[in-house]
Write a protein that binds this ligand. Structure first.
Ligand code: ATP
Ligand code: MG
Length: 331
């Protein structure tokens, strides 16, 4: 194993050890936790935002853990960033370590530096004043610059479990979506703005799990339909972004990603007028202006591991997703 992987691995193990103890302390902390705050607030009939240091439930979450009685999963900080609570060890510390490594000031590894553009910015950890041991990852909100964001979370890869998963965990993950191996991705959730009704259509993970080989294309297509038109130009821009991520994966052999997602976002408040303005614009090419309107970022790094070969599972998933998007465009 090359030296840098050993370092990554050693650091990871150290962090696990360290944070596992911290994790224990969190669990046994005599301090009030956000869960308790939420339960109390629920009894009182409302979320008292000052108890959450002004943080509110993130309204643009489309998948993942939704904890607590008020369904607060991801939170939004008053400064616009989002807060993802550290999952219990080893997942939370592993994800934190991943972000710390990728955004380390001293990092000179070109592969890792190149990865940054495909991730939300990381602003370190955050904890509520009332509960300083309850740690959150502070991240850039990928949806922030959109006025009516259409958002989809797509899990990528042929396996949703990591190499250290127990037999039970493996079975549990496979049974959730046995087609993952063949299709290489799973739609975990989406919300799509409908221009016709000025409202959103949402789908949860059960929609994604219901899609088979014959229906995956039409399922994916729903994300790009605004009630009136299929957003073909948006699909092309999303394809370009995914291709960039694929290039990164083809260039690296030091990390493997399991159960990780792509977060796809585009502007739902899009009208022919806006398009017309873009076409006639003198302050930049159409491509540049349209480029502004989509985001594809990798998220959810609780199962990222050092490796010494290409991440074939993730690459398979990206290619399969790209193929399906291209098929939609060919129809
Ligand atoms: N940086 C981000 N910007 C905008 N939305 C985000 C961001 N990160 C996460 N989200 C939203 O929160 C949801 C859940 O995030 P994520 O997948 O990281 O957590 P999770 O699946 O609950 O965690 P884990 O699998 O680590 O236990 C995503 O589907 C997305 O809607
Ligand atoms: Mg997730």
């Amino acid at each position: 194993m090359p030296l840098k992987f050993c370092h990554f691995w050693l650091n990871l193990s150290r962090v696990w050890g360290l944070v596992m103890t911290t994790g224990g302390r969190i669990m046994n902390s005599p301090l009030v936790t956000l869960d308790e705050v939420e339960k109390k607030n629920c009894k009182n009939g409302s979320i008292k935002q000052e108890l959450l240091d002004g943080c509110v439930p993130f309204s643009h979450q489309v998948a993942g853990h939704k904890k607590g009685t008020n369904n607060t999963g991801v939170l939004q900080h008053p400064d616009g960033s989002i807060l993802k609570q550290l999952q219990p060890p080893p997942r939370g510390p592993r994800e934190r370590h991943f972000y710390t490594q990728v955004y380390a000031r001293a990092c000179t590894d070109k592969t890792i530096l190149d990865l940054q553009q495909h991730l939300p910015n990381y602003y370190g950890t955050w904890a509520p004043r009332e509960s300083p041991h309850e740690l959150y990852l502070k991240l850039e909100d990928v949806t922030r610059r959109f006025s009516q964001p259409c958002i989809m979370d797509v899990k990528i890869g042929r396996r949703s479990y990591d190499p250290f998963a127990s037999k039970e965990k493996q079975h549990e993950q496979i049974s959730k979506y046995p087609l993952m191996e063949e299709i290489g991705f799973l739609l975990l959730g989406m919300r799509v703005y409908q221009v016709t009704s000025d409202s959103y259509i949402s789908h949860d993970q059960f929609f994604g799990r219901s899609l088979g080989k014959d229906t995956i294309k039409s399922g994916l297509m729903q994300f790009f339909h605004n009630g009136q038109d299929l957003r073909r130009r948006t699909i092309s821009l999303i394809i370009e972004k995914i291709q960039n991520i694929l290039h990164w994966f083809l260039s690296q052999s030091q990390l493997h990603f399991y159960a990780s997602s792509l977060l796809l976002v585009y502007e739902g408040a899009y009208t022919p007028d806006h398009h017309e303005r873009s076409l006639n614009s003198t302050c930049g090419s159409t491509g540049e202006m349209e480029e502004e309107a989509v985001e594809v970022k990798m998220i959810d790094f609780a199962h990222v591991f050092p490796s010494d070969c290409a991440d074939e599972g993730y690459i398979y998933g990206l290619r399969s997703l790209l193929d399906t998007l291209e098929q939609i465009l060919m129809d």
